[in-house]
Structure formats: structure tokens, C-alpha cells
Design a protein around this ligand. Structure first.
Ligand code: SF4
Length: 294
């Protein structure tokens, strides 16, 4: 049963712009997510495996967003808004509530640029609206000479293999469907790419897997790629280890080793992963990150 809640604020201003996502703001129309990815950090320490049971809809989100954007626009404080940072904006419940769609209409009115992050094929429903935002958005001054798009559409993957994705992202659309949607966005002139986040240690971080991921990005004409390591925060570690135990028991000791000190692998693991991805992007002629590093 979905809960309808009223919240006090919905437009979050970030203290510092994210280097990879380039967002200054974020909005989240829903609380939690029906896709239930095993590694998803939004569970924190509060929620168990099935987030669907606790899913909430922020029914006053549009009024709050309207107020917030009106104020920011008046002061000229334009910046990319992340849609969304801690929920899936086009999860199945969106078909009923259309809250993300309504928020996009408000964003279009106030001419803010956005960074869409999704695993959903439902995003295609709003392509026309996203096109209008792309064409009308006012970019933040310090990025206006570096970018010529008011919308980035990023599809995220932890693996391109349907069998693996089914285990770790049980209710999300298949990777092949996400790739097809990416293709459609590119065909329609969008700046759209791929976030391979999180790359799963010993599962999708092998040289062969990484090569396949970058090669696939090229084949689907992704505008950019970026890659990030797995983190296991809050209850995620316990849930993730339970899933490993069921599907890849031989990997458990290896995970215990790399996550023994922290919720994330060592800095050197992360740097190595990025270096490999960067080299492969060069090899296949794919842009690494939104603000090109190639
Ligand atoms: S789709 Fe995103 S927000 Fe939803 S469970 Fe997966 S990682 Fe979390």
C-alpha cells in the first residue's frame, strides 16, 4: 500500500556541485523505490529488502517545487537539478501519480536545466517535455561555455547481463531495454549516456566485462560514460552478502576482504577501476564523463 505524505521541502540545494553529475540541486518526488536494487544506499539502516512496502508519494511536492524555483529564478540562481538523487523518478507508481511529469512542467516554466538519472523505460513517455527543457533551460554562468545542453539523460547499470541484473536489480527494466531507450534518446538528439554505477567487484569489474561495457556504450552511441565502484552502506552490506551467499558463495570471502574496513573499497581499487575505464573509453572513442576528460 503506497503512502501519501506531505513534506516540508523538496528542492535541495547542494553545498557543492557534484563533479560527475554536475548538479547543484536535487528533487525527489518519491521516498524509496520499487526497483529494489540490492546495493541501493537509500535504504540506509532503516529499511529492509522490500522497499515497496514503505514507498511514499510526496503529494505536495509540486507546490513546494514551484515556490522554490520561483525564488531561485528571481535571484538568477540557475543550476542543474538532479532528477532524482534518492529515488527512481520513473518507477511504476509514476504511471498513476505522474508526479515526475508535473515537476518537469514546473521546471520547464522556470527554465532550469536538469540531469535525469534513471533505470526506467518510462522516461520515454516524457521525451517531448524533456526536449523543451533542453531547448529552453538557462545554464549556470560558469558552465555555459562548456556545455550546450540543458538536459543530460543518464541510464545506470551495474551489469549488462540480464541474468546478473535480475539478481541485483530485481524489479528494474532489463539492461537491454534500458539500452534501447538510451538509443531512442540519442536518435532524438539528446545528450544521453551511461553511468556504470555501481560496478560489482569480481562480477562486472573484470577486464572483459569492462571492455564489453564501454564497447556497448559506443554501439549504442552514448554521449558519455562514467564508472563508479560499489558502496555498501547501512543495511545494504547484510542484504548484499545474503544475495552473494545464495548466488555467488565463492565470492563472499573476497568481498569480506575488500569491504572489511569500510563501506567502500580502497581508494586504490577505485582509482584502478577509473583508470581502466578511462583507457577503454579512449580506445573506443567514447567521452569519459559529462565534462569530457578525453
Ligand atoms: S533504481 Fe535507483 S533508487 Fe531505485 S532501488 Fe535501484 S538504485 Fe535505488
Amino acid at each position: 500500500m503506497v503512502k501519501e505524505i506531505r513534506v516540508k521541502s523538496v528542492l535541495n540545494k547542494h553545498r557543492k556541485r557534484d563533479e560527475w553529475f554536475l548538479d547543484d540541486y536535487s528533487v525527489n518526488p518519491y521516498e524509496l523505490c520499487m526497483f529494489n536494487c540490492v546495493y541501493c544506499y537509500i535504504r540506509g539502516s532503516k529499511y529492509g529488502f522490500n522497499m515497496q512496502d514503505e514507498l511514499s508519494v510526496k503529494i505536495n511536492a509540486c507546490q513546494l517545487l514551484e515556490k522554490g524555483l520561483q525564488r531561485r529564478a528571481r535571484k538568477g540562481e540557475y543550476g542543474f537539478i538532479s532528477i532524482s538523487s534518492s529515488t527512481e523518478p520513473w518507477q511504476p507508481i509514476e504511471e498513476k501519480y505522474k508526479l515526475t511529469r508535473k515537476m518537469l512542467q514546473i521546471i520547464l516554466h522556470y527554465k532550469f536545466p536538469i540531469h535525469v538519472g534513471t533505470k526506467s523505460t518510462l522516461v520515454e513517455r516524457d521525451m517531448q517535455l524533456l526536449k523543451e527543457i533542453d531547448e529552453n533551460a538557462i545554464l549556470p554562468k560558469d558552465l555555459s561555455d562548456k556545455l550546450n545542453h540543458g538536459v543530460f539523460v543518464t541510464f545506470s547499470f551495474s551489469s549488462l547481463e540480464g541474468r546478473i541484473a535480475k539478481i541485483f536489480e530485481p524489479a528494474a527494466p532489463k539492461p537491454s531495454e534500458r539500452l534501447e531507450t538510451l538509443w531512442k534518446f540519442r536518435e532524438n538528439g539528446f545528450f544521453a549516456g551511461i553511468a556504470y554505477i555501481p560496478v560489482l567487484p569480481f562480477i562486472s569489474d573484470t577486464n572483459e566485462q569492462l571492455e564489453m561495457m564501454i564497447k556497448t556504450a559506443k554501439e549504442f552511441n552514448a554521449s558519455y560514460v562514467f564508472v563508479g565502484a560499489l558502496t555498501l552502506q547501512g543495511t545494504c552490506k547484510r542484504l548484499y552478502y545474503r544475495v552473494l551467499q545464495n548466488h555467488f558463495p565463492e565470492l563472499l570471502p573476497k568481498y569480506e576482504e575488500i569491504f572489511k574496513r569500510s563501506f567502500q573499497p580502497s581508494k586504490s581499487y577505485q582509482q584502478k577501476l577509473e583508470k581502466k575505464a578511462f583507457k577503454l573509453c579512449k580506445k573506443y572513442g567514447v567521452q569519459y564523463q559529462i565534462l569530457s576528460k578525453i
